[in-house]
Design a protein around this ligand. Structure first.
Ligand code: SAM
Length: 232
């Protein structure tokens, strides 16, 4: 038996590459994007009442991680990348049906568009459904998850004088909190837990239309080296 689903919209996100996207929503409040709804869901009556809601659940497709063969066991990066657990015990992107879910802040509503923050979604992510966050039902006091019981401890993020000036000026041009976005994303330490970075190794990703480059002068801190407008 199979069912087909189709997107109700697509996300325009600050994250243009998978690398350095936080592993869950809310870890980078400066991560912003717009969910652009497609017909017929772009009509205003589909969104009637949503202005009374501060956060929404998005159900979406991990469209850049879809695989023909489902995996039953995965190696979550959070567990060091060398421990296997059942796929259903994780939020791994490689999963049956490739469905993700994230609770994000609803900043404002425009006709056919939802402005969002605190996202962990790649640019172009197809969204299958939107549901209001319901605090009395969704926040469960005393809930436990011994595989992931707290957000990972943030690591220190430093700047060179030049990289901070570059980021501040690109932030002004974009009208986005780019310095905060870079700090919040890099503080999550995007490298796989099993990788011990040599200080000379450069890492990078694209946020909005800028390339961000950094290195690890020591395993517990990051220095941002460059924030430059991408070539295209
Ligand atoms: N909050 C969601 C969940 O629990 O289902 C996502 C968790 S998943 C561990 C988060 C990662 O998914 C991000 O770090 C990013 O690299 C990846 N990701 C986000 N959007 C994606 C997409 N459209 N396709 C593939 N991977 C994506």
């Amino acid at each position: 038996m199979s069912y087909s689903v189709s997107p109700i919209g697509f996300v325009h996100s600050c994250f243009k590459e998978k690398f350095a996207i936080p592993r869950q929503p809310q870890l980078a409040p400066a991560a912003r994007g717009v969910l652009e709804l497609v017909p017929p869901f772009d009509q205003s009556h589909a969104l009637d009442g949503l202005e009374q809601v501060s956060h929404v659940w998005l159900l979406f497709l991990f469209h850049q991680a879809l695989e023909a063969e489902p995996r039953l066991r995965v190696r979550p990066p959070r567990l060091g990348g060398n421990r296997m657990v059942g796929v259903f015990a994780t939020r791994a992107t490689h999963r049956p049906n490739g469905i993700g879910q994230s609770v994000v802040r609803l900043e404002r509503i425009e006709p056919g568009r939802l402005h969002l923050s605190g996202i962990d979604l790649l640019d172009g992510t197809p969204v299958l459904d939107i549901k209001p966050y319901v605090p009395y039902a969704d926040a469960i006091a005393g809930a436990r998850n011994d595989l992931a019981n707290a957000a990972p401890a943030p690591i220190d993020v430093h700047w060179t004088k030049a990289s901070l000036e570059q980021a501040s000026s690109e932030a002004l041009r974009l009208g986005e909190p780019l310095v905060e976005l870079i700090e919040q994303c890099l503080a999550q330490d995007p490298r796989p837990a099993y990788q011990l970075p040599a200080p000379e190794r450069r890492y990078g990703t694209r946020l909005w239309d800028v390339e961000v480059r950094w290195h690890y002068p020591d395993p517990q801190s990051i220095t941002v080296l460059e924030v430059l407008r991408a070539a295209s």
